[in-house]
Design a protein around this ligand. Structure first.
Ligand code: GLN
Length: 536
């Protein structure tokens, strides 16, 4: 039996963060998949947290949830939007996880007699992890978080240096993403930061094979020659990663530069023809929309839009499905009152209240749900957004004035959103969370059924509180329709308001499963409703 050897592509970043390493890794994955290769992406994160689940979205951006319930880095969202392989817990490794596993073994006595050190124990654990996750794929793309020169990422870089030694240059390549700034006053691009960044990499024993140079202009032959010479990289392996209008243009841009061609040559791989039709379709639709709709995202993390990364993208996908450009308007619900609400939502064709934790801004969300309900503006409530729509309905339609979620008011006589009885005894923060994919049964003749065209679905969750069944009868009798429940009927998953053209709340996060080449149908339908609402 021959064991298939997975080729490894390591992606590092230089000069500064936010150059789009995750996007580059995802786009390379899309191109290799378009050559019919089986691709896996993984992300190595240098921070000590076991996972980003406990970090503030203000600091770290969105927490991306996988089917198996892992709370992961938002780059895994990019991977899933560009590559068809579904991510799991194992696709995101943090320094915290590495140390935790090594220390656990040490306590168990697995290393008895030895001194535990970064090299070889930590680096060996990293190498094992990379190989285990890569197993089964033709190509595994490993993104190393952070910027070269950081202390934190050193063990990861040492581990990938060793892997290259062990498996050789036809089985692994190093791609370095760097920055070539255009200096307006000088009217030219500068290569020095790139030279320094590559120098720093070489000091720790890594010679990049390919350079992706982020730049606002295309690099001239002369500049590429200079970079190639100073960085010791072949001339035809220095590429411009030019700024683009939409992130979904990146795979086509990379392909035009022949980045994928050079990668498969370096890895000595023979692949099928490249089928990029789905990406051409996506870009055509984005570049030639028939109109524009404005969607308000009404939440509290409005100043850091990365906090709603998957949601923003899913809305754009909904636009792609309808051939419309989606303009996002971020509305801070902390600033909303009954008096200014009309002004806040002027010119808005549809409203989304997204997920969130904590009390900040929730009254504004409830007021928003009421406003959308009364004014018949398409409303899509996701997780917290569904819960707040339930609170509005209980307060303003059913007359339960103090109705609330017990997350925000533990003393309310009407906790229409509450913990399940068995959750109330759990004391550890993470333990009571419903995380990952859960099945849901959908009722026919509903907005949900019109979207899914199926009665059995599964979606990803990340929340503690649930619709309180004690209020099911009352709310239903006043016109709130429950159109999705867990298979045992116990958990409410989807609510709708049939007296409204498009009003839907779901306890799960559909945005995690939307892709530009396969927009999630709840988003396509919501955008379609917003387009209809816009019509004169
Ligand atoms: N805070 C709410 C809960 O825990 C909603 C969570 C969310 O929107 N993801 O149930």
């Amino acid at each position: 039996m021959t064991v298939k050897k997975t080729k490894l592509i390591f992606i590092t970043g230089g000069v500064l963060s936010s150059l789009g390493k995750g996007l580059a890794a995802a786009s390379i994955g899309a191109l290799l998949e378009a050559r019919r290769l089986k691709v896996i992406n993984q992300k190595l994160d240098p921070y000590i947290n076991i996972d980003p689940g406990t970090m503030s979205p203000f600091q770290h951006g969105e927490v991306f949830v996988t089917d198996d319930g892992a709370e992961t880095d938002l780059d895994l969202g990019h991977y899933e939007r560009f590559v068809s392989t579904r991510m799991k817990r194992e696709n995101n490794l943090t320094t915290g996880q590495v140390y935790f596993s090594v220390i656990t073994k040490e306590r168990r006595g697995d290393y008895l007699g030895k001194t535990i050190q970064v090299i070889p124990h930590i680096t060996d654990a990293i190498k094992d992890f990379i190989h285990k996750t890569a197993n089964g794929a033709d190509v595994c793309i490993v993104e190393i978080g952070g910027t070269v020169g950081d202390i934190e990422s050193l063990p990861f870089l040492e581990a990938i240096r060793q892997i290259r030694m062990e498996i050789g240059r036809t089985n692994s390549i190093f791609i370095h993403l760097t920055w070539v700034p255009f200096i307006k006053t000088a009217g030219e691009v500068k290569t020095k930061p790139t030279q320094h960044s590559v120098k720093a990499l070489r000091e720790i024993g890594i010679q990049p094979d390919i350079l992706l140079c982020r730049s606002e202009v295309s690099l001239t032959e002369e500049i590429k020659t200079k970079i190639a010479l100073f960085c010791n990289v072949d001339y035809d392996c220095v590429f411009t990663a030019k700024d683009v209008q939409s992130i979904y243009e990146v795979p086509l841009g990379f392909h035009k530069e022949e980045i994928d061609q050079r990668i498969v040559e370096k890895l000595g791989m023979w692949t099928g023809d490249v089928d990029l039709k789905p990406w051409h379709d996506v870009c055509n639709r984005l570049q030639n929309p028939v109109g524009e709709v404005t969607i308000a995202i009404a939440g509290k993390y409005v100043n850091l839009t990365d906090s709603y990364k998957s949601l923003n993208e899913a809305l754009i996908h909904g636009g792609i499905a309808n051939n419309y450009r989606v303009k996002l308007a971020f509305v801070d619900t902390e600033l909303i009152t009954k008096d200014n609400i009309e002004e806040k939502y002027a010119g808005v064709d549809g409203i989304i209240v997204p997920g969130g934790f904590g009390e900040r801004g929730i009254e504004g969300m409830i007021t928003t749900a009421a406003y959308a309900r009364e004014k018949k503006i398409p409303y899509f409530g996701i997780c917290l957004g569904m819960q707040m729509a339930v609170v509005d309905f209980a307060r303003n339609v059913c007359g339960l004035e103090d109705a609330n979620s017990s997350e925000f008011n533990q003393k309310t006589a009407n906790p229409v959103v509450d913990l399940l009885p068995e959750q109330k005894t759990v004391s550890e923060k993470g333990a009571s969370m419903r995380l990952g994919s859960y099945p849901c049964v959908i009722e026919k003749n509903s907005l949900a059924y019109a979207a899914y065209n199926d009665t059995q679905i599964a979606e990803r969750h990340r929340h503690r509180y649930e619709f309180n069944n004690d209020f099911r009868e009352l709310l239903s009798s006043k016109g709130l329709r429950i159109t999705g429940v867990s298979p045992d009927g116990r958990l409410v998953e989807i609510i709708e308001n049939p007296a409204h053209p498009w009003f839907l709340g779901c306890q799960f996060h559909p945005e995690f499963k939307s892709r530009p080449t396969a927009p999630h149908r709840l988003f396509s339908k919501f955008i379609a409703a917003a387009i209809k609402n816009k019509a004169p």
